[in-house]
Design a protein around this ligand. Structure first.
Ligand code: PMP
Length: 428
């Protein structure tokens, strides 16, 4: 098959006419399809309905005999911490289980670092003239909104198939003491679905940084979110790896049950070195008299242990995998060989990341929106909402039904092809 770039003007014009027809037809179908966010669908949420009844025996005592209904236990119930430790491959004492949202814990951690000196810091980040974070791109838009809200400057570093481009990361952090942090979703990254290689993890743990208070924000949101449970991707325990490489306080790790049980009504955790956790605990104990331990108890009674989590994640995968495969089948059929889009086939996580012809992503999102298919705004997976190439589009296949998804992806393919043909013709 010829790529569109190789078509003659006449061939392109006839394709353009055909695509315009397809597009008008899609528009007249009055679609209302939302693929903007990685939300679990109703069948996935139904997997955890037992959370509402699992405490119906009114036994609120934790394994240690703590009454979950009362104040106290600021670092969370021991069994909840042990469960997260097991999922993350770390130790229970390295985990605080708190609140319902890992994003909230990330926000609080950055906010605390701005206000109170981190272990190893000369002063709070807020007292520094300039603070910068390394942001692997494309990345999770909410990390960038968070960073931007604190006035922290963001530096783009490309994601490679092995994770962030380490030659760039090492050079940047070695030279610039204002680089205090770096984001990473190490397993099934948002949006590329890339799992950082063991060698990249080792380099991140070992690299020399000009800032003594540099921190990795290791957002392990998709650590157990395998689409192919028999063929799982994983990363080493980063807390242990950083310690082995002489940087025991380098990493703050985050995770939550949002996409294990109920999105926004799960339990979140922050995991780190004893030093860092003591620093977190100091302010956390002033902020709150303790986390929602009733929800934690519900979660451990429902999930039990890592095997319990693996079992429910396999059921999520059974719902999600056909959706990813349906979307990818249409993308493969309609786009491969056209030269107007490349994309990954993720093995886990919640997203498919598309790279369309540079300069057309925003136009594709606009065209799709006008045809009733809402996508994440182009540019969102980049700091400041600016994709320098205007090329990346994030697809979230989890929420729609398969027929809706197939319609949406088909319309999207029309939009991608139409935007590409329009651009190529303009340049010919
Ligand atoms: N991190 C990443 C990479 C995510 O994709 C999401 C949710 N989509 C979150 C964090 C938010 O998680 P939580 O619900 O625990 O705040």
């Amino acid at each position: 098959m010829l790529s569109f770039q190789e078509y003659s003007v006449e061939q392109l014009q006839s394709l353009q006419a055909e695509l315009n027809q397809q597009y008008s037809k899609a528009k007249s179908a009055d679609l209302k399809l939302d693929m903007t966010r990685g939300k679990p669908c109703r069948e996935q949420l139904d997997l955890s309905n037992e959370l509402s009844t699992v405490l119906s025996d009114h036994n609120y005592l934790s394994a240690e005999g703590i009454d979950a209904r009362n104040y106290g236990c600021p670092e969370g119930l021991a069994e909840m911490r042990a469960l997260f430790a097991d999922l993350l491959g770390t130790k229970q004492e390295n985990v605080i289980a708190s609140g319902n949202s890992s994003l909230n814990l990330m926000y609080d951690t950055v906010a605390r670092a701005m206000l109170f000196a981190l272990p190893g810091a000369a002063r709070p980040w807020g007292k520094e003239e300039k603070i910068r974070f390394i942001c692997p791109v494309p990345g999770y838009d909410r990390h960038f909104f968070l960073t931007n809200s604190f006035g922290i400057e963001m530096i783009n570093v490309p994601m490679l198939p092995t994770g962030p481009d380490m030659d760039q990361v090492e050079a940047l952090v070695a030279a610039d003491p204002s680089i205090k942090g770096m984001w990473l979703v190490p397993v099934y990254s948002n949006p590329d679905g890339i799992t950082t290689s063991a060698e990249t993890c080792r380099r991140l743990a070992a690299m020399a940084t000009a800032a003594p208070d540099f921190r990795l924000f290791w957002d392990n949101a998709y650590v157990v979110h395998h689409l192919y449970p028999d063929n799982q991707e994983s990363v080493p325990d980063m807390i242990g790896l950083c310690a082995e490489n002489g940087h025991p306080d380098r990493v703050f790790e985050f995770a939550s049950a949002s996409k294990i049980t109920f999105a926004g009504a799960g339990v979140a955790c922050v995991a780190s070195s004893p030093n860092n956790l003591a620093w977190v605990r100091k302010q956390m104990m002033i902020q709150s008299i303790g986390p929602d331990k009733v929800n934690q108890l519900r979660h451990v009674r429902f999930l039990h242990n890592k095997a319990g989590v693996d079992a429910i994640m396999a059921r999520h995968a059974a719902i999600l995998r056909p959706k990813f495969e349906a979307a990818l089948k249409i993308l493969d059929e309609r786009l491969s060989g056209t030269g107007c889009c490349c994309f990954n086939h993720p093995r886990g996580g919640y997203f498919i990341s598309l790279f369309v012809i540079p300069g057309t992503a925003a136009e594709v999102v606009r065209l799709a929106g006008e045809a009733g298919v809402q996508l994440t705004p182009a540019g969102n997976p980049y700091p400041y909402g600016k994709d320098p190439e205007d090329s990346n589009i994030r697809l979230a296949p989890s929420f729609p039904t398969i027929p809706e998804l197939e319609t949406a992806v088909d319309v999207l393919c029309t939009c991608i092809q139409l935007a590409a043909v329009n651009k190529i013709l303009m340049e010919k």
